[in-house]
Every structure is written in C-alpha cells, then in structure tokens.
Write a protein that binds this ligand. Structure first.
Ligand SMILES: [Zn+2]
Length: 393
C-alpha cells in the first residue's frame, strides 16, 4: 500500500476518504470503452447503432470503475474497524490502492482487511452474472423489450470482470490482497511477522516474473497470438508488482538490521514547535526559511495537536499567508503516525513507510517529548550495515 501516488487527481470523497484517480486509470478507462464499443458489444449485438453501443460501453466501464472503488472501500472500512486510518484511495493500473498510515496491528486485522476487497468483487461478480442470466432469459421471451438486452450486456460485462479482479487480487504474492492473506496466515500461525513478510514478498516476485514472461511471450508471439500492446501491459503490471514486493522485502530487511534498537536514543529532544493559532506567513518567515525545517509539530501546551509540513504550507496562496492560521492546513494529530520512545526502531521505520513525512513526533503519555528525523534513522541503518560482519544477514 503506497501513500500518495504521484500523478493522480481527486474525483470524490466517500466516508471521509478521498478517492483519487491516477492518469494510468484514465487510459485504462478509454481502453475498456474502446474494447467494448469496437469489438465486444458489436459482436454480441450487431443490430445496435454505433451511438447506442458507445453509450452502453461507457456505462459498463463506469460501473467497472465504481466496483473497483467498492472493492477498495471494503478494505478501507475494515481497516478503520481495526483502528487503522485510511486517508485516501487511488485507482491506478492494477486496480486500487488504499493508503494506510500504519501497518495492520495484528494478523487477524490484516486477514479481514485483505479479504474484504476480493470478497466484495466476488459478491458484485456473482450478482452481475445472475442479473445477466435473468435478463437474457427475459429478453428471449419478450424480444420487444430491448432494454433487457442492455441490462444483460452491462451485467454480462461487469459481473465477469469483477470475478477477474477477485482472482487476480487473490494471487498469493505481496502486494496483492492474496499476498496479504498469505502473510496474515503465516504471521498468525508462526507469530513471526518478518518471516511471513519475506515469504509473501517472494510470492509477489515470482508472480511478477510470470507476468513479465507472459508479456514477453505476447510481444514476440511465442505461444500466444502476437499482441504488442497486451505484452507491454503485462510487462508494466509485472514491473509494478516486482517493485512493490521488493520494497516490502527491503523494509523487512531494514527492520531486521535495526534489531532491538529503540526510538528514544535517536530522537531529537531539542526541536521547534508552534501553537495552532500562528499564521502560515510567520511560520514560513521564522522557521521554514531560516532553519530549513520541512515539518514542524503543532502543539497546545505540551500536547501534540498536529503537524505542519512544506506540502501543507504550499497549499496556501501567498496572499492568504498573513490570515491563515496553521491549524487550518496542518495534518491533525488523529491522522498522524507517531512513536513512543520505547518503540523499536523497526516500528518507526514502518510508520515512516511510504509516506513523505520527514519526521515522526515522539509522544509519551500524551506529551510531545521529541521528534524522530527520517535522516537520523537512515543514518543509523547505514552505520549498522557498515559495521555488520559480512554475510550476517
Ligand atoms: Zn484489494
């Protein structure tokens, strides 16, 4: 699960979760519409006009899009039940990505969260297939009701494609849902999370290898009818799966390097903070520019109420700098990942995760006592790696 995927735009907000669309998904949407309106529907319903075929294709593609959102929302709502915050869902090539600010707290939480998406796709898929059959049967007894053909066409596409989404996502390799299910299962049985991650990530790499091979086979027409576009698409998906699987392996390896180290000794106790009422302009003038600070904790007394980052500040137009208080644009504490000084460094690494925050607030008994800079952790890891005897890992 990635944090903000670059190159995406927000299209909606449901249950307080931003729904973003990545540009690759816009391409996919057009590919789906073209495929439906140029070949699938004309074959099935040759009597339809071009306009009608196109409109029905667009409706089908939109419903496909909506069902992928439903799949991601299912993950997100289950994640919330287990106290994981989901800030956004991004639809891109592989389907969707729900951004979590922290990793699942238990194997059970991960299992339910991962399974919720494919289950939703299966439910939509079965419903679609049943509707398509019913509409088909009705259409053959009432041939004059042409709208039944439309229902059958749309449901006959949306149903099976959701089945495909479910099956693809259930492949037991990280970062796919099936990989998370596998990791949760191994984690639950062996209580060894690192090992579970390693196995699931290896599964993802194997799957990526298969996807790339199929892509190559398509490009050169080996065992498949030659189709360069299809081949490139497989290659892209394989590349993405490989990267995601490798980065989770990397993270796991990092966690094993930091071993038993704690957050406390690496945190900075002498740090700058600001009250929530201070204006954005003053923050930029007094902190950001002269001290080159990229993130500043926002505190009320010694309580952490939020974090303001360069990205937050950039959202404010310059002519509003003098009148916009920090609290209006900061990320509130409820959505922030924090650590305690007694947390293992591995936990901190996880909370940094894919998010672009340069620091984590260190909180003890509700009080902000320090900040942990990303650079400090990276420096520590480098040092450990340099000092580690060869072949220890
Ligand atoms: Zn999923």
């Amino acid at each position: 699960m990635l944090a903000n995927v670059p190159g995406s735009i927000r299209v909606a907000r449901i249950f307080g979760i931003d729904i973003n669309v990545h540009f690759s998904w816009i391409v996919i949407f057009f590919v789906v519409v073209t495929n439906l309106s140029e070949s699938i529907y004309p074959d099935q319903f040759p009597k339809w006009s071009r306009e009608k075929t196109f409109v029905v294709s667009a409706v089908s593609a939109t419903l496909f899009f909506v069902s992928v959102v439903a799949h991601e929302l299912a993950h997100s709502l289950v994640a919330r039940r287990f106290q994981m915050t989901v800030s956004s869902i991004t639809l891109f090539m592989l389907g969707g990505v729900a951004s979590l600010t922290r990793e699942p707290p238990s194997a059970k939480a991960e299992l339910f969260m991962a399974a919720a998406g494919p289950l939703t796709s299966i439910v939509i898929g079965v419903a679609g297939v049943i509707i398509a059959f019913a509409a088909d049967a009705a259409a053959s007894s009432v041939p004059s009701a042409t709208w039944l053909q439309v229902v059958s066409a749309v449901a006959g596409y949306v149903g099976p494609i959701n089945m495909v989404v479910a099956v693809f996502n259930l492949v037991p390799g990280f970062p796919l849902d099936g990989g998370r299910v596998l990791r949760a299962a191994i984690w639950g049985i062996t209580k060894d999370r690192l090992r579970a991650t390693r196995i699931a990530a290896r599964g993802g790499q194997v799957f990526a290898g298969i996807l790339v091979s199929v892509g190559v086979a398509f490009v050169f027409g080996i065992g498949f009818p030659q189709n360069e576009l299809q081949g490139i698409l497989y290659g892209f998906i394989g590349y993405f799966v490989w990267n995601a699987a490798s980065s989770s392996l990397q993270q796991e390896r990092l966690a094993s390097v930091v071993g038993g180290a704690k957050v406390g000794p690496l945190m900075t106790a002498d740090f700058r903070s600001t009250p929530p009422g201070v204006m954005v302009g003053q923050i930029i003038r007094d902190f950001v520019l002269p001290m080159n600070l990229r993130a500043i904790p926002v505190v009320s007394g010694d309580r952490l109420v939020g974090l303001i980052t360069i990205a937050d500040l950039r959202k404010v137009e310059q002519d509003r700098w003098a009148t916009t208080p920090v609290e209006q644009v900061m990320t509130p504490a409820s959505e922030l990942a924090t650590v305690s000084p007694d947390d293992p460094l591995g936990t901190a690494l996880e909370r940094f995760g894919g998010a672009e925050v340069p620091l984590l607030p260190v909180v003890k008994d509700g009080r902000l006592i320090g900040v942990l800079y990303r650079e400090a952790v990276i420096g520590y890891v480098r040092m450990q790696e340099m000092l580690a005897p060869q072949g220890r890992r």
